[in-house]
Design a protein around this ligand. Structure first.
Ligand SMILES: Cc1ncc(COP(=O)(O)O)c(C=O)c1O
Length: 318
């Protein structure tokens, strides 16, 4: 992109964010903390507000117009998430509160039923606490050993050292796609290929990549991928887990309660189909609908465009 094109895009985008019209400490607000949480464009705020103002109702169960409308919008947003990351099926998208909850879901559901003492999990030293602490807890429960990929001299993922760590003992590789502290983009496709050649599963923490670049889970071939809505222009309280269909089918539910059941008896219950098996209780309906609006907003600008613009901005810094 040329500088003029970038300036035009930037001023158009800036105008979409009501919070940026204010002054803070006497100066126009310039917000740079998007990695922690992004601001919300008007289209997202409107989608959220419309739900609560126009058709607030519970989903999946109501035999009335508002519930049908809420269900359509809530499930429609799931279709948008699936398309956004090129999932093979909408059943592969599980709504969660955030990425942290999505990682815990995999850790407790898949981890506790598949890992045993002596197995190994590979993480990297650049993981966010949300992709470290759940695995420490699983290691304490199962006796699994945690191994860590170090950084190269240029503060990047050390792929060569990773190759020396991975073995047939490795059951899981759980790695951040774009580091929230270093900004480096990790070679996730290569990591998936190497891990799979040893029979290990791969979880990708895509919190800092989904809002900034095109994500194609089928091309990447990861087994799970997690992200938080609030880092991609959506509200807090909504995130998602992508998982390959067969894998999600094998995994037991994480939380139990309403919405995730097929039949309930006093002694036992049967579980709903994917993805609802993993979505116990009344979900964050307005927030999921607003996540759909955030995906529309990002897609309308274009993820390739967003990525190119950010790459140019980074280049100005160096
Ligand atoms: C790379 C990365 N992973 C995971 C998280 C956790 O996100 P959340 O707190 O929304 O679950 C963050 C948040 O900063 C992050 O940057």
């Amino acid at each position: 992109m040329t500088l003029i094109q970038e300036k035009t895009l930037a001023s158009k985008v800036r105008g979409d964010f009501p919070i940026l019209t204010q002054k803070v400490n006497g100066k126009p607000l310039i917000y740079l903390d998007n990695a922690a949480t992004s601001q919300k464009p008007l289209a997202v705020l409107n989608a959220w507000r419309d739900y609560y103002e126009q058709y607030n109702a519970n989903v999946h169960r109501g035999a009335h117009t508002l519930s049908a409308k809420a269900t359509d919008a809530y499930e429609g947003a799931r279709d948008k998430v699936a398309a956004f990351i090129n999932a093979a099926s909408r059943q592969e998208i599980v709504y969660t509160r955030n990425a942290t909850e999505a990682i815990n879901l995999v850790a407790y559901s898949w981890g506790l039923s598949n890992l045993q003492a002596g197995d190994e999990i590979i993480l990297s030293v650049m993981e966010h606490h949300s992709n470290l602490v759940p695995w420490q807890m699983i290691a304490q429960k199962t006796g699994v050993v945690l191994k860590f990929v170090e950084l190269t001299d240029t503060n990047e993922f050390d792929l060569e050292q990773f190759k020396t760590l991975v073995s047939h003992k490795t059951k899981l590789v759980s790695i951040v796609h774009v580091s929230n502290t270093l900004g480096c983009i990790n070679p996730v496709k290569e990591i998936c290929d190497i891990a799979h050649s040893f029979g290990a599963k791969v979880l990708i923490d895509a919190c800092q990549s989904v809002p900034h670049m095109i994500i194609d889970v089928q091309a990447m071939d990861c087994d799970w991928l997690v992200a938080s809505g609030h880092k991609m222009c959506a509200p807090t309280g909504i995130g998602f887990l992508y998982g390959k269909l067969d894998l999600l089918r094998e995994m037991p539910p994480f939380f139990g309660g309403g919405e995730m059941i097929a039949d309930v008896f006093l002694e036992y219950s049967t579980y709903a189909d994917l993805p609802h098996k993993f979505e116990a209780g009344t979900p964050a309906i307005g927030e999921a609908i607003a996540l759909g609006a955030a995906i529309d907003y990002l897609s309308n600008i274009g993820m390739a465009q967003i990525h190119a613009c950010e790459a140019d901005l980074t280049a100005y810094l160096f």
